[in-house]
Design a protein around this ligand. Sequence first.
Ligand code: ATP
Length: 202
Amino acid sequence: MRTGVLGGTFDPPHAGHLRMARLAQAQLGLDRVLFVPCHAQPLKDTLPSASPFHRAAMVALALASKPGWLLETAELERGGISYTAETLEALAAARRGDRLVLIMGSDSLLTFPYWRRQADILALAGLAIVPRGGPLDLPQGVDPRRVHLLQARPLRVSSTLVRERLRRHEPVIGLVPRAVAAYIERQGLYGPARRKTLRRND
Ligand code: ATP
């Protein structure tokens, strides 16, 4: 089995994430794609805005009725800082014989030199890179034979953009799946920062 592994914060999941899975599946003939929400991203200095529970629920909603696309909660269950090498080791142990492909945007590839245990990551998985508009240089030390550059025009959507639009009460139709937009609204996620009001007798 060829298994794609798409790690991210998914805060919230958006059309760009789903397109990454589609591109990797079509161009690399993957049998399935695992979406792996992180607990805490080592290279981001802020914690996710939505809780692990809500991010996992939104990913599950985004993947509903997509055969072969699965939510993988290993990093959320492990807790702490989510290191990709540990995740790939766990996946490889649980799915012996699978060939793993780590799918990431070109902005993530640029940060790859700062990832923990890069050599182990490259031994455990090939990399599939989705262009995101910035430079596409391969960082030093990354064996080009382990890297597939997927063919696609950059799609300018990000979780940051979605969160900003929601904060300003702007529509996010087309940016996130409908079921995810409905969930965000129902749960009151990503609203404008609310000031805590204290009543006189509190
Ligand atoms: P944020 O805006 O909060 O930083 P994000 O949109 O980058 O979030 P993440 O969940 O952090 O989303 O990203 C997970 C992975 O998906 C990363 O490898 C990132 O590069 C990639 N990615 C996200 N959006 C796109 C996109 N539009 N095109 C290509 N890759 C993307």
